[in-house]
Design a protein around this ligand. Structure first.
Ligand code: NAD
Length: 465
């Protein structure tokens, strides 16, 4: 295992005024070459390890992570800002996700096909090979674990570049695998200058699959590089999730659920509800309840008891929020709640509710990735669906209605890969998540999650005595 030494001092609170993306150690090209060489030999070792042993190691790593969830959560809160309960919950959830993948690894079945002649025709599923993976900072445990668990469950080795802004959580996760007995080279964690690391890893002949979670522009760049090498990609990119609240919905329940999802992780979630299209007959009640829910959010240090929303992860996000609000206001939107950074040290931005937001406001077209909720009214459901689908994004979408027929109309109508009706469901291990359109391709979670890390061999065997 190539494991860059983590020199961050987690005994003291980390500064929340960082300008650069980098806070930890950075690997040089020589380190990346060592990681690639290790992933090559690690792949051979890991793929030929009997499945019972492989899955036992994964279950052991999951056990260690579950045991350490509170400690890992504390590291996460200090480096990313989310409230401790959310962070520890994330660590526990990813241990569950690893267990699920370990079980699913035992179901990577091939098949035998009735043959037209006297050959035995079969299909085998094999690990694709060493994977290069790149993950962001918003789910410091969830994002790396989705890639690591699927890759290792499939029998692949992996070189993963976690975010330089949240290196501590990634180190804690990789330590669990090391202590659980993952063989040398199967799992390699690197840090460095993101563009240099990705260019180096993707160009290497050792790498057979490129997996990325992050923004659409970076996803396109990495997919183009991988395409030049004819390597498959899994792309989990941004979204701008519409919420349609139909005329027959309960506006209070919808507002409460939507607000809870909106302000989770300070809105820095790719599936965060971010455009609220509410039937004109309910807009008053919905907006009033949403504003009440925004008032109830307790913003503060994620380590403090009772805090429900931490700071944003970095100064870039605070600036982005200020710009989106200023743009919306300049085009006629009203700020019902928040709208500004909080007057205290750190990257705190107020839970924000905007009304009368015109369709050409940037916040209606660009992923906010922050705690801003623009609420607009609609009259006709077809128009609302057209608005929902009008952007290049297609990740998550939410609908609220009591009618089964209307729900089905929404399910068929939304151009998105992750749909929730009458609630704002989070991701689950046993079902796939992923996008349409520019939100990416490939799926994480469910049997489809393993699929991306496997290749198919057709075997036609003419039997001989
Ligand atoms: P960014 O595009 O600079 O970085 C996003 C992630 O990609 C970071 O982890 C970064 O280290 C990595 N990255 C950037 N350039 C890279 C490269 N050339 N090769 C490999 N990795 C690279 O954006 P940011 O300021 O960190 O985040 C802002 C935007 O990113 C948000 O608005 C959101 O759209 C998107 N984002 C999406 C997700 C997601 O889960 N889909 C997560 C985080 C950020």
């Amino acid at each position: 295992m190539v494991f860059r030494r983590d020199r961050t001092d987690r005994t003291r609170p980390r500064p929340r005024h960082r300008g650069s993306h980098r806070t930890g150690p950075a690997g040089a090209p020589g380190d990346l070459d060592r990681a690639l060489a290790a992933a090559g030999t690690g792949f051979e070792t890991w793929r030929s390890t009997p499945i019972a042993e492989r899955t036992a190691v994964l279950h052991a790593a999951a056990g260690l992570l579950a045991e350490r969830a509170d400690r890992v959560g504390r590291v996460m809160t200090r480096e990313q800002g989310k409230p401790l309960a959310e962070a520890a919950g994330e660590a526990r959830r990813v241990a569950g996700s690893l267990r699920w993948h370990a079980y699913d690894a035992r179901r990577a079945y091939g098949r035998v096909i009735p043959s037209a002649d006297d050959t035995v025709l079969s299909v085998r599923r094999e690990p694709v090979g060493p994977v290069a993976a790149f993950v962001p900072w918003n789910f410091p445990a969830g994002s790396p674990m989705r890639k690591i668990s699927a890759a290792l469950a499939a029998g692949c080795s992996i070189v993963i570049k976690a975010s330089e802004e949240t290196p501590g959580t990634a180190c804690e996760i990789v330590r669990c695998f090391a202590e659980a007995g993952v063989p040398a080279g199967a799992l390699n964690l690197v840090f460095g200058e993101p563009a240099e690391v990705s260019a180096h890893l993707i160009a290497s002949p050792a790498v057979r699959l490129v997996a990325f979670t992050g923004s659409i522009p970076v996803g396109k760049l990495l997919a183009a590089r991988a395409g030049a090498e004819m390597k498959p990609t899994l792309m989990e990119l941004g979204g701008h999730a519409p919420v349609i609240v139909c005329a027959d919905a309960d506006p209070v329940d919808a507002a409460r659920r939507a607000a809870r999802a909106k302000f989770a992780n300070a809105g820095q979630v790719c599936t965060s509800p971010s455009r609220f299209l509410v039937h004109e007959s309910l807009i008053g009640e919905f907006t009033a309840e949403f504003a009440r829910a925004a008032d109830a959010v307790v913003v503060g240090n994620g380590l403090d008891e009772g805090v429900t929303m931490g700071p944003m992860a970095n100064e870039r996000r605070v600036k982005a929020m200020e710009e989106l609000v200023a743009d919306a206001v300049s085009r006629g939107a009203a700020v019902l709640r928040g709208g500004a950074r909080l007057d205290r040290p750190g990257y705190f931005f107020a839970p924000t509710v905007l009304t009368d937001v015109p369709p050409d406001a940037r916040v209606m077209r660009e992923e906010p990735f922050g705690p801003i909720a623009p609420i607009v009214a609609f009259t006709d459901l077809d128009d609302a669906l057209a608005t929902a689908n009008s952007l290049p994004y297609g990740l998550a979408a939410y609908g609220f209605t009591k009618s089964a027929a209307t729900a089905e109309r929404l399910v068929r109508g939304f151009e998105a890969g992750i749909l929730s009706i009458n609630h704002c469901g989070g991701s689950v291990h046993e079902a796939p998540s992923g996008g349409f359109k520019e939100s990416g391709h490939g799926r994480e979670g469910g049997p489809e999650g393993l699929e991306g890390y496997l290749v198919t061999k057709r075997v036609s065997h003419l039997l001989r005595d």
